[in-house]
Design a protein around this ligand. Sequence first.
Ligand code: TYM
Length: 319
Amino acid sequence: MRILTGIQPSGTTHLGNYFGYFKQNVDLLGEEENLLMIADLHALTSVHSGDELREYRQSLVRDFLACGFDPNKGSLFFQSYVPGHAELAWILGCVTPMGLLERAVSYKDKVQRGLEANAGLFTYPVLQAADILIYDADTVPVGKDQVQHIEMASDIAKKFNNRYGKDLLVSPVPRVVKEVALIPGIDGQKMSKSYGNIIPMFGEEKVVEKAIMGIVTDSKGVEDAKDPDESIVFAIHALMLDAAEQKDLADKYRNGGLGYGDAKKMLLETFFDYFGPMRKKHADLKESELEEAVQMGAKHAKGIASQTMERVITAVGLV
Ligand code: TYM
């Protein structure tokens, strides 16, 4: 089995990224062949400053390594370091029906949120399909919001195979872990930098504290019994607890006597216990370690990508 996942370098890494993405991928390392791609070409749709993109890419590599990514067990690389992605995206664009792209929910959502409606944003799913298909990846671990894109990649692979030959490209399936399919932000919507509702993993203590103390709650008083399943504070706290600890905390909510202020302080404490070692490693990592990791990853990725491209360009008649 070969696994490929991608993440856009578009700013501060948050708990949604960690539990919905980093943790899953780091946990899978070594079990299967893992390719973890930093989607810097995709980020051009929303990051419009060269200096910012450079900084975001580097900091994402640092974040990955701090979260326990081992460059000897998987390949971490920048999408732009493997030129085949853009080339394959063009070829796939020529088999992709307009109707398929017009149905993409994420395009409409992004335009509604004020992103420029350019051709790159519209054809974003074709580049994402290329990211996956160029590695013959059969499994793509993602959060719920990305499922449609993976299904589109599968449709595009089938269109390509119908036109040029059976089994040329592998049709991927999304793998969504139910418990972390959608991590809520401090307002209860999906945690996302663009919604301004994040808890940053590596942010300064004061920033983390402000975010956690700002989590939206209902107006129940200290003594009132509270339903943990209805609480955003509980939902976020539970991510960092094992099953027995979760049950304990849920009982405290149900029994009454725990006010939201104290519940948030408990969450804050758990946050610093849980992320403390990663935050330390984050501060200690050297630039040379980051560079070495992405160079190693890109070398491996390029080797696989060139074999697929050979097959593809031969099939379509470019050799
Ligand atoms: P991106 O950068 O928005 O997010 C990276 C991954 O994190 C997951 N995620 C979440 N999961 C649960 N709860 C949340 N609040 C949350 N926020 C983010 C996302 O589902 C995703 O799995 N288009 C992709 C990047 C990409 C890609 C690919 C992914 C480019 N090429 C190829 C897979 C395969 C994106 O913007 O993800």
